[in-house]
Design a protein around this ligand. Structure first.
Ligand SMILES: Cc1cc2nc3c(=O)[nH]c(=O)nc-3n(C[C@H](O)[C@H](O)[C@H](O)COP(=O)(O)O)c2cc1C
Length: 309
């Protein structure tokens, strides 16, 4: 199978998950070819979906919805003659309200001939609100491996048997999520202009400019300027090596610096599974999510410990 993954990723979670899909599709069948197209500021022509058998669209959930660059991508993609397509999303929480996030994209793509056969989301460490403990981030990354592997197996089966699965989208969830997403997307443009650089900390490396997928950060007379194109992806502030970017009203929710997930996975001194042993306070909400995932893995005869090495 020839597969293309169109990916938007602010702080790298969704991109890392897309690499897992690439890995597990290739492991399933040597003949699978998986290309990844990451939406970035560089003007690169979008790969033509007509040249692929299966289309994947990956994004981080923003305010229970798809972020603006993904909605734009869906509008820009050409019409196709029935192409099997799937959504994979990353989110900070495993709440079921996140299931409805592709609603707008689904509407646009269906009209163009894309046949959406699956939609799944994978919980990854927060890039905003608070920084997870290493043990929690390790657990999320191990489960992301297992879920990506499971999803690749399911997708292959659905593709071959001409079937599809659909997530449950209650009317209430749909009515709630669409307006929230709309407001968030408009707010992002306004609020992005409030981002500021702390010049006492800034090392003038220009990483924020490189990280901004929207080409929204420029330098004028040695000062960084944030324009109106921000989509609140947090790529600039999360990846700033000097932690020098102020993010306006979200200042108490800032998370800075990579979780180094592959190092955490290899570190045997970090306890696993964390959430079942220490599900106190905020971590309690993840217990339900991991119970559900464990059931899915059990049904597919997948052992979570196979992904730790
Ligand atoms: C502006 C913003 C809004 C978010 N909204 C949600 C949300 O509604 N639900 C959720 O579970 N996670 C939410 N998150 C968390 C991200 O979806 C999550 O951290 C994701 O893995 C980030 O992926 P990325 O690194 O590819 O950008 C939000 C993050 C940001 C920055």
């Amino acid at each position: 199978m020839k597969i293309i993954l169109y990916v938007f990723s602010g702080t790298g979670n969704t991109y890392q998950v897309s690499k897992l899909y690439q890995k597990y599709f290739s492991q399933l069948d040597n003949n699978n070819q998986v290309d990844i197209y990451r939406i970035s500021q560089e003007v690169v022509s979008i790969p033509n979906p007509n040249e692929y058998d299966l289309i994947g669209i990956g994004y981080p959930i923003h305010a229970f919805c798809a972020p603006e660059p993904i909605i734009r991508l869906c509008k820009e993609l050409p019409d196709v003659n029935i192409k099997k397509t799937f959504f994979f999303k990353t989110s900070g929480e495993g709440l079921h309200i996140n299931d409805c996030s592709s609603q707008k994209c689904l509407k646009i793509l269906t009209k163009k001939g894309y046949d959406v056969i699956m939609e799944r989301h994978i919980v990854m460490p927060y890039n905003m609100i608070y920084r997870h403990k290493d043990a929690m981030a390790k657990q999320m990354w191990i489960y992301a491996h297992a879920l990506a592997d499971l999803n690749c197996r399911e997708l292959t089966n659905l593709y071959q048997t001409n079937q599809r699965t659909r997530v449950k989208r209650s009317i209430l969830k749909r009515m709630l999520t669409n307006p929230i997403g709309f407001i968030e997307r408009k707010f992002a443009h306004l609020h992005g202009t409030c981002f500021k650089v702390d010049y006492k900390k800034c090392i003038k490396c220009g990483k924020c400019i490189k990280e901004c997928s929207q080409n929204n950060i420029t330098i004028e007379n040695g000062k960084y300027k944030f324009g109106h194109k921000c989509v609140l992806c947090m790529g600039c502030s999360f990846n700033c090596p000097a932690n020098a970017i102020h993010i306006g009203i979200f200042k108490f929710w800032k998370v800075n610096g990579s979780y180094h997930l592959n190092d955490l996975l290899k570190d045997e001194t970090i306890e696993f599974p964390f959430v079942f042993n220490h599900a106190k306070g905020v971590y309690r909400i993840y217990k339900k999510y991991y119970r559900e995932v464990n059931k899915q893995l059990e049904n597919a005869n997948i052992n979570i410990y196979d992904y730790i090495s």
